[in-house]
Design a protein around this ligand. Structure first.
Ligand code: PLP
Length: 474
């Protein structure tokens, strides 16, 4: 028997932590060596009382825990668990279901089946689209591109799962110049190479240029082709022109994949759906539930229009997909893993807790708050917003007082110093990036609990840090 007191104690520790999220330093003031000292030491010979283990783990970890789930974490695109999803995730751990096969957990299989259907409807994807619940968008991109690899080679009579890539027809892979790094990671794992891709130039917002895609495709020899587009640039939030890209891809008979790790969620909001016109014409789509649905990590989603190549690229069982009406869902046919965590419970709970209108409201609220941040910062002399704030991402650049407009090096140094000062300050956390050759701050608003007051206090902290950096003699 497991000890209910232990689980209640863990729940109390968790609830106490969550209570501190709005007020604690966002990034802890922690030293690597002190964390190592607190956690480390030799592997114990003898076991320890579980209650003591949990207390010690919590105490030793606490100084190194980041408030990524809190309202003022604006780094990367990170999300933060909403309550129903977190509680469902606790149950998933307690139930310890293996979501690999229906016979291992009918409940996990059916929860995923239902959540998958809801998501297809929410995003307006074609009926019959197959879905895999992956660890994140990286593995979702991998899964979708494996399906693409299968499909485009099969048209040339090549079975890549059986024969491998040795001697296979060459696949032309075309990506936007600002495709996410995980697209390249997926291509590298699939034997398609990260450097032999054809990169299509992007515009000032990071969108793939349709005219450039047209000439890239026109310059390629005939043969199997995969085009990777992006819905939501990780820096600017900008969307590739999916409709035009779709027409060009279809004209060549290419597979079109859309990486929408956070941007696909814009499709859940009537206010933002226009950014995604044409998205449903693609062949595969990636998104993350741990980003904008705000479920706990790790939770990505791979969608593929035609279940056959998706199945045949992933299955551990018999290749050649046979549709059986009403058959139970065996998840191992749709993801790279066999045994895995039942992450569908959290996705299901999040969707039920929010409903269609709640998801739309979450997307719209975060985006409104991103605009509020941009508007507050841009009022200040020397602060420039580099992107059109079309969604939840803001790119900011700081110029030191008295510097001329042409002094890019001074602005790079100053911007990096401001980022470091904000990270030290602890009111909020944001990360730096290089945008079209210049240093910039990236602000991502993607958490259900962020309020206008969080934006205002964070903007003030950022501007205060900028003034402090400026006042320190170089
Ligand atoms: C975050 C992101 C990814 C990678 O997602 P993980 O969940 O970290 O694997 C891929 N593409 C885009 C556009 C992203 O924003």
């Amino acid at each position: 028997m497991s000890d209910p007191r232990l689980l209640r104690r863990a729940a109390d520790l968790a609830a106490e932590f969550l209570d501190t999220l709005p007020s604690r330093r966002v990034f802890p003031d922690v030293e690597l060596e002190s964390l190592r000292a607190a956690m480390g030491g030799p592997l114990p010979d003898q076991g320890q009382d579980p209650a003591a283990v949990v207390e010690d783990l919590a105490a030793a970890s606490e100084p190194g825990v980041v408030a990524t789930a809190g309202p003022r974490y604006f780094g990367f695109v990170v999300g933060g668990s909403q309550p129903a999803a977190l509680a469902a995730d606790w149950l998933a751990s307690a139930w310890d279901q293996n979501a690999g096969l229906y016979v291992l957990s009918p409940a996990a299989a059916v929860t995923e089946e239902v959540a998958a259907a809801w998501l297809i409807e929410l995003f307006g994807l074609p009926e019959g689209t197959s879905v895999g619940f992956t660890t994140g968008a990286t593995m979702a991109n991998f899964t979708c591109l494996a399906a693409a690899r299968h499909a485009v080679l099969q048209r040339d009579g090549w079975n890549v799962e059986e024969q491998g890539l040795f001697g296979a027809p060459e696949i032309h892979v075309v990506v936007g110049d600002e495709a996410h790094v995980t697209i390249f990671a997926s291509l590298q794992m699939l034997g398609l190479g990260r450097s032999r891709v054809h990169r299509v130039p992007t515009d000032d917002q990071g969108r793939m240029r349709a005219d450039a895609l047209r000439s890239t495709l026109a310059g390629l020899p005939s043969g199997p082709t995969v085009v990777c587009a992006q819905a939501g640039n990780v820096n600017t939030g900008a969307f590739d022109p999916l409709e035009e890209i779709g027409v060009l891809a279809r004209g060549r008979g290419a597979w079109l994949h859309v990486d929408g790790a956070f941007g696909l969620w814009a499709g859940a909001s009537p206010a933002f759906r226009a950014l995604l016109v044409g998205v449903a014409e693609a062949d595969s789509w990636t998104t993350d539930s741990h980003k904008w649905l705000n479920v706990p990590h790790d939770s990505g989603l791979a969608f593929v229009r035609d279940p056959a190549p998706h199945h045949d690229a992933m299955t551990l069982g018999a290749a050649y997909y046979v549709e059986t009406a009403g058959a139970e869902r065996d998840s191992y046919n749709w993801v790279p893993e066999s045994s895995r965590r039942a992450r569908g419970f959290a996705v299901y709970a999040a969707l039920r807790a929010l409903g269609r209108s709640g998801v739309a409201e979450l997307i719209e609220r975060c985006s409104r708050l991103a605009r509020r941040m941009a508007d507050r910062l841009r009022k200040e002399p020397g602060v420039e917003i580099l992107n059109d704030v079309v969604l939840n991402q803001v790119l900011v650049r700081f110029s030191p007082p008295g510097s001329g407009p042409g002094d890019a090096a001074a602005a790079d140094d100053y911007t990096r110093a401001v980022i470091a000062a904000v990270q030290r300050d602890g009111t909020c956390w944001l990360s730096g990036t290089t945008w079209h050759g210049v240093a910039a701050v990236r602000v991502s608003v993607s958490n259900w609990s962020t309020t206008e007051a969080d934006i205002d206090v964070s903007a003030e902290a950022i501007l205060r840090c900028a003034r402090e950096v400026a006042s320190v003699p170089a």
